[in-house]
Ligand binder design. Structure first.
Ligand code: ADP
Length: 424
């Protein structure tokens, strides 16, 4: 543009060039009078000058058209949506990216208020305030709103707006760029969730450490005391005492193992490594084994399996954790002499039921809504060892196995816990 102006403007230069082009006209003069020749020469020079000016103008025009095309392409195919609005927020023009974002044809969108593309009244109000701020401050501003597409799908968008002024510094139009930030929002959401999970996990771990260190003290003291006493019971008639202390040690070790198992199970669950891997297992053998392992005090147990078939299709590891917890609780929260009733059943071959009934301390009515909460322990259970994690784990594991846990309980009379699983 500059070069063209320089060429057109520089008349003396142009004149020189034109003169050069017409050199032959001057040298060809001989017998004719000088005046007409000079005039003719002048006219010719002007003609050539005009032709050259025309050519320059044509080239400049071409250059202008080309750069206009380039700008139009930049506008149309920019990676952000451009909306040009008038002072009232009516869309005057939009680029291809903007019409793609909306899922609407440009012709449809032009002439409509920009606010019709915003998701809710709240977004519309936010944008209204944003527009006023841009106009009042004269500075570019940003805002996050929800846009709505033709198919009613909403997406989060970042709008950056500015005003464009004319040469006299008057408002010309309002320009808003729109960026789809769905992916960024999704990433932010994931990060937030990971962070809060991390915080929760850390809290869980420190809470567990304080619970465990407290709960570890009693069984460790029991083990220490019993081993010291065992050293003294050397005589043959000390057999009864020896048995008693061996049992105490066993029971204390079982308590410690339970605490650790609870924590490991919860940690695994929280880290998402718990998956349901069902296989064919013998329900009766698994239950019998758990009863034997957990019944340190040799409490009376009534176990009944109410079906001929005893093979079920369930995850043995998850099932063992669930059954161990509820049978362990039944022994723990009932008197050493009172019987624990365990019933397993296959209903119509597609439902597995495991019910554990005790005649122990029961659960106070006001505590019932909380017993599946992490770390919750009833006041009435404080005299017994525990972390308050067991039932929370059982509930989580049963749901991974697409099952369900329920209970009924009467304080000072006893409790019945029922596990129910689909036998797939
Ligand atoms: P823990 O036994 O380690 O305290 P659980 O999560 O297994 O943790 O149980 C949570 C609470 O539910 C117990 O502290 C107790 O108050 C109550 N509870 C669970 N099972 C029984 C039961 N069979 N009889 C009475 N109370 C129970």
């Amino acid at each position: 543009m500059k070069a063209a102006r320089k060429n057109v403007g520089s008349l003396t230069e142009l004149r020189k060039k034109a003169e050069k082009k017409l050199m032959y006209g001057v040298t060809g003069a001989g017998t004719e009078s000088i005046r007409p020749l000079e005039i003719e020469h002048e006219l010719n020079v002007h003609k050539v000058e005009l032709e050259m000016q025309n050519e320059e103008l044509r080239l400049t025009q071409l250059q202008l058209e080309k750069s206009l095309d380039n700008y139009a392409e930049l506008f149309q195919y920019a990676p952000v949506g451009y909306f040009i609005l008038d002072i009232n927020g009516i869309v005057l023009n939009l680029n291809d990216t903007a019409s793609k974002l909306l899922g609407e044809h440009k012709n449809w969108a032009a002439g409509r208020p920009f606010s019709v593309f915003l998701h809710s009244e709240i977004c519309q109000d936010d944008f209204y305030r944003h527009r006023n701020l841009v106009i009042d401050s004269g500075m570019p501003q940003e805002i996050e709103v929800k846009f709505i597409k033709k198919d009613s799908v909403a997406f989060p968008a970042l709008i950056t707006s500015t005003i464009v002024k004319d040469e006299e510094d008057h408002f010309k139009y309002f320009l808003s760029t729109v960026n789809d930030i769905s992916e960024r929002k999704e990433q932010e959401q994931k990060m937030k969730m990971a962070l809060s999970k991390e915080v929760e996990l850390n809290e869980l771990k420190s809470r567990f450490i304080s619970t465990a260190s407290h709960e570890f003290r009693t069984p460790l003291a029991t083990i220490l005391l019993s081993t010291e006493l065992l050293e003294k019971y050397n005589e043959p008639d000390d057999e009864k005492n020896r048995k008693k202390h061996f049992q105490k040690i066993k029971s204390a070790v079982l308590g410690l193992t339970e605490i650790l198992m609870d924590f490991l199970s919860l940690d695994k669950f929280e880290n998402g490594v718990i998956t349901n891997n069902p296989e064919y297992i013998d329900l009766v053998s698994l239950t019998t084994r758990v009863i034997e392992d957990m019944n340190i005090r040799r409490q009376p147990v009534l176990y009944k399996h109410a079906d001929k078939k005893q093979v079920v299709y369930l995850d043995p590891k998850l099932l063992r954790v669930c059954v161990t917890n509820i049978i362990g609780n039944a022994f723990k929260y009932s008197h050493a002499d009172s019987p624990v009733e365990v019933t397993t059943a296959l209903v119509d071959n597609d439902q597995v039921l495991i019910s554990v009934k005790d005649h122990g301390i029961g659960i106070p009515e006001h505590d019932k809504p909380f017993i599946f909460d992490r770390f919750f322990r009833s006041k009435t259970a404080e005299a017994y060892q525990g972390t308050g994690l067991g039932l929370n784990i059982v509930q989580k594991f049963t749901s991974v196995m697409n099952g369900h846990i329920s209970f009924t309980s009467v304080e000072n009379e006893g409790s019945t816990f029922v596990l129910q699983f689909p036998n797939m």
